[in-house]
Design a protein around this ligand. Structure first.
Ligand code: FES
Length: 106
C-alpha cells in the first residue's frame, strides 16, 4: 500500500509500504526525514511521532494506552491526532494514508 509522509519541512513523499510493516518501518526504509525510530518500534522513544491527517483519523484510530503515555511524556506538539508511526501497521485499508511527521522532540 502506498502511504504519504509530509516531512517537517513540508516535503511530500509517497512511499510503497510492505504489507503489515509499520508506518515507522516504511519511513525508515525510504529515508523519510524526521522519523528516527530510535527504539526500533518498541513504543518507547516517540521519535516516530506523527500527526495523522484529519481525513484519516477515523480509519487509523486513536493511540493505545501505553502509546498515549509515551506521547504525553516523550513527545512535543502532541495533539488529538498524534500517533507513534511504529504503532500503525499498514494494511490495504490504509492505502493512501497521509502522516505529517513531527519526529524527534528533544
Ligand atoms: Fe520508538 Fe516508535 S520507534 S516509539
Amino acid at each position: 500500500p502506498r502511504i504519504t509522509f509530509i516531512e517537517p519541512d513540508g516535503t511530500v513523499r509517497t512511499v510503497e509500504a510492505a504489507h503489515d510493516e509499520s508506518a515507522m518501518q516504511a519511513a525508515k526504509r525510504n529515508g523519510i526525514d524526521g522519523i528516527i525510530g530510535e527504539c526500533g518500534g518498541s513504543c518507547i522513544c516517540a521519535t516516530c511521532h506523527c500527526h495523522v491527517d484529519q481525513a484519516w483519523l477515523t480509519r487509523v484510530g486513536p493511540a493505545g494506552d501505553i502509546e498515549a503515555d509515551v506521547l504525553e511524556f516523550e513527545a512535543t506538539d502532541v495533539r488529538p491526532e498524534s500517533r507513534l508511526a511504529c504503532q500503525i501497521p499498514i494494511t490495504d485499508a490504509l492505502a493512501g494514508l497521509v502522516l505529517h511527521v513531527v519526529g524527534r522532540s528533544r
